[in-house]
Design a protein around this ligand. Structure first.
Ligand code: SF4
Length: 227
């Protein structure tokens, strides 16, 4: 069935986006689309073309279906840990990698224990693997947390390459730093999901800063980043 909604070209409203939207009508079509809506203003044909890609790529379609089926069957019941394991099972992944922060080895090992109890083996690689000193990539001694001592750099490219060599079917990130995770995702051959998003201040719950942006974390709305 064709979609009756008109597709216009983005014009002067172009700088507004979903980041400015408060209605989210694209979810259930029970409200109204804002003037700048990306659904109604998208370049003509792009929605249809991209939708066809799910059909053309069996791999992408399988992932999209598995994720949607999990959302439907376990909505509000399964924890993220469980959702990931259900996803692994549904996808038939045999070898699963964990790209873990070295500071979260306990959490990685707990995840592996939970997975093993369901018959899923986890192969973990810690961020400090290779033990290459931070100065090798240009960090100065003064920029180390403890200047004058060996400090291994986070090595997300090596994490990805070691998991690539293990031919993992799927990789799970456990607390990699912002930016290091970018490199890991870039170099991982297997598809990737997140279990833990690192936030050293908020116990790995970065959304807490957003929930508190009008109260305790009001400073976040100012123009300055922490010095
Ligand atoms: S697609 Fe439209 S309705 Fe949906 S979040 Fe973006 S602007 Fe809002």
């Amino acid at each position: 069935m064709s979609d009756p909604r008109p597709l216009k070209n983005l014009d002067k409203l172009g700088n507004l986006s979903c980041a400015n939207c408060t209605v989210g009508n694209c979810s259930k079509l029970t409200k109204s689309f804002p003037d700048f809506c990306l659904t109604t203003n998208a370049r003509e044909g792009i929605v249809e073309d991209v939708t066809k890609r799910y059909v053309k790529s069996p791999k992408d379609r399988k992932i999209a279906l598995a994720a949607a089926e999990i959302e439907s069957a376990y909505y509000g019941r399964a924890t993220r840990v469980e959702e990931i394991l259900i996803f692994i099972e549904k996808m038939g992944y045999k070898k699963v990698g964990a790209a873990t922060c070295a500071g979260l080895l306990n959490e990685c090992s707990t995840f592996a224990r939970i997975a093993r109890a369901k018959g899923i083996e986890i192969y973990g690689v810690a961020c400090k693997v290779g033990a290459v000193d931070k100065t090798v990539i240009g960090l100065t001694e003064e920029q180390k947390i403890s200047p004058g001592s060996h400090e291994s750099m986070c090595n997300p490219i090596l994490q990805a390459e070691l998991l690539n060599e293990e031919k993992t079917d799927f990789n799970v990130i456990i607390g990699l730093c912002a930016g290091h995770d970018t490199l890991f995702i870039k170099h991982s051959k297997a598809p990737v999901t997140y279990l833990v998003v690192k936030d050293r201040v908020l116990c790995h719950n970065p959304a807490a800063a957003l929930y508190g942006a009008n109260t305790y974390y009001r400073r976040l709305l100012g123009p300055e980043l922490p010095k």
